[in-house]
Design a protein around this ligand. Structure first.
Ligand SMILES: [Zn+2]
Length: 285
């Protein structure tokens, strides 16, 4: 049995620091999530832009509240390129989030935990038929991770997801999803050329170390009303389902790579600040 820290206030057996009781792999050397220190990342020219195939395909999925609101995806959408060794097909996507006051992304960039949920689209190598077989391959699974940021206006492309959350408030609740495509949940494809890459694990037990991770720099906007819909979901015990993220894990000597187009977020901010002050615009803030 395992749980997130928010479900138990004390050092309960199921909390994320003791997931190795649920599965010994959770105590492994190459676990996820991690904190990405951008100045220690290594430029890798092989990390070319991804080719997204059938990401525009509209499908009718089921969304279920299994601890992190998961949606199964027909195996029609695939990714290749992006430094991957082969084509991977989409299996499911799910989200992780914090609470109404605190941040909730799993991965962090330069120690910053993004304000809100993280979207994980789970893929497996195209020739596998089920995830458990793919997990026996060290590079069997590829997860695309996206950060969210709070925006002033609602992201209408997320309406089908947000609306369906109301029907799965209780644990194990599930409902059919209005037609959606994976593409509509993501930033425009031309904004997906900047990303980080490292090898890690699933972020829930079994914690299997079979995942090629991609973390995109470009974020997805959601309004505060839309974000709030996630905090109404409930765990099995009826408590609010909040803080559904695993804390960051040690790198243990792993190298994180970055694609050619990646500009460290902090340097961008500094550059903008420098330009603004150079142009005498800083008082406009
Ligand atoms: Zn995840």
């Amino acid at each position: 049995d395992w749980c997130y820290q928010s479900q138990f206030s004390c050092d309960h057996q199921c909390n994320p620091n003791k997931w190795d009781h649920a599965n010994s792999d959770c105590d492994g050397r190459y676990q996820s999530p991690i904190n990405v220190v951008t100045r220690k990342t290594l430029l890798d020219e092989r990390l070319t832009p991804f080719k997204f195939t059938n990401y525009q395909q509209i499908f009718r999925g089921f969304i279920k509240n299994n601890g992190h609101s998961q949606v199964g995806v027909p195996h029609l959408s695939t990714i290749s390129g992006g430094g991957l060794s082969t084509t991977y097909k989409a299996v499911q996507f799910h989200l992780h989030w914090g609470n109404s006051k605190g941040p909730g992304s799993e991965h962090t960039i330069d120690g910053e935990q993004y304000p809100m949920e993280q979207l994980h689209i789970v893929h497996m190598k195209h020739h596998y038929t089920d995830l458990s077989t793919a997990l026996a391959d060290q590079e069997g699974v590829a997860v695309l991770g996206f950060f969210y940021e709070k925006s002033n206006s609602a992201n209408r492309k997320y309406d089908p997801i947000i609306t369906s959350l109301r029907s799965i408030k209780a644990a194990d609740g599930n409902t059919s999803l209005p037609p959606v495509s994976l593409a509509q949940l993501l930033p425009p494809e031309q904004n997906l050329t900047s990303f980080y890459r490292y090898k890690g694990s699933l972020t829930t037990p079994g914690c299997t170390e079979a995942v090629v991770w991609t973390l995109f720099e470009n974020t997805i906007p959601l309004s505060s009303d839309q974000l709030r819909a996630f905090f109404d979901l409930k765990f099995h015990d009826g408590k609010p389902m909040v803080d559904t993220f695993r804390p960051v894990q040690p790198l243990n000597g792993r190298q994180v790579f970055r694609s050619g187009a990646t500009v460290a977020l902090t340097s961008t901010a500094l550059l903008v600040a420098a330009l603004a002050s150079a142009l005498g615009l800083s008082q406009l803030n």
